[in-house]
Design a protein around this ligand. Structure first.
Ligand code: MG
Length: 277
């Protein structure tokens, strides 16, 4: 089976694609394009095999990432969950109350910007803000509030930027309307390279804008921890392998301008680079 045939079959199969991997069979609901790893796009047709049940199968190298939209239009239905107001200082800096339960919103897969992809400043806003967040990648299906232990549900972690049209969001909040257009627009979810996640370790992360540190925090400062976030999301939504969870931003958010360079770090490791154009 050559690359063309695989693409054609994948386009037709859509959500029925399945992935077989080192850990467990995964539903390939994220994207339908070559595995994206290590900062390089590579396509190896030998990774694609005929699934025993008649599905197209893909052997997923451990740590492989399938959520970067390289080919728009044939992306499946992966979900991006995001948590708002999950750090006390950030809730305060925007004049929000600290919520008792996690505040959930979502972005579509078309919001994703892969590692190194530039953010194109949209013409519908004059006040786009960066929000650096820890991002978990889901590896196991969870539903009906049975989330429990995040370490059993997610296998990888990265940092991502929840780009926000603050002017639109402010206007919508004032009117009591949903935030979607301020949060879920194309390119609003920049994501870095993923690392295997050790849930026993505290995670520190930071953002440099043009070489200057603007945000810095640790996972211990979250109001709602990873377990609580996953349990809460799964009360309302089935969480599926390939879904991503942006876990909230710490204080220090601010505007971006064309020409800025954003760099996201997990510990001392740079996982994300995103230029603003
Ligand atoms: Mg955010």
């Amino acid at each position: 089976m050559d690359a063309q045939q695989i693409y054609a079959a994948q386009s037709q199969l859509g959500r029925r694609l399945r992935v077989t991997g080192e850990t467990t069979p995964l539903l390939l609901n994220t994207c339908i394009h070559p595995p994206y790893q290590g900062g390089r796009r590579s396509f190896d047709p030998s990774l694609y095999t005929n699934h025993p049940k008649g599905m197209i199968g893909v052997d997923v190298p451990k740590g492989g990432f399938f959520g970067v939209p390289g080919v728009r239009g044939i992306i499946g239905s992966m979900k991006i969950f995001a948590i708002g107001r999950n750090y006390v200082e950030h809730a305060r800096e925007l004049g929000n109350e600290v919520p008792e339960e996690p505040v959930i919103f979502m972005k579509p897969s078309t919001a994703l910007l892969g590692p190194g992809q530039a953010f194109v400043y949209p013409d519908f806003s004059n006040d786009i803000h960066y929000e650096l967040e820890l991002v978990l990648r889901v590896s196991r299906l969870v539903r009906q509030g049975t989330g429990g232990v995040a370490g059993d549900v997610c296998d990888a972690v990265s940092v991502g930027i929840d780009f926000t049209a603050r002017d639109l969001q402010g206007m919508l909040k004032k009117k009591g309307l949903p935030w979607e257009v301020a949060k879920a627009f194309d390119g609003s979810a920049s994501i870095g390279e993923f690392l295997e996640w050790d849930p026993t370790q505290s995670l520190s992360f930071s953002l440099l804008v043009n070489g200057e540190q603007r945000q810095s925090a640790t996972s211990e400062q979250m109001i709602h921890g990873f377990d609580a976030i996953i349990t809460h999301i799964s009360k309302f939504f089935t969480i599926e392998p390939g879904d991503l969870i942006y876990t909230g931003t710490p204080s220090g958010v601010g505007p971006v301008s064309r020409g800025d360079l954003l760099e996201g770090f997990l510990g001392s490791q740079k996982l994300l680079t995103c230029g603003i154009v």
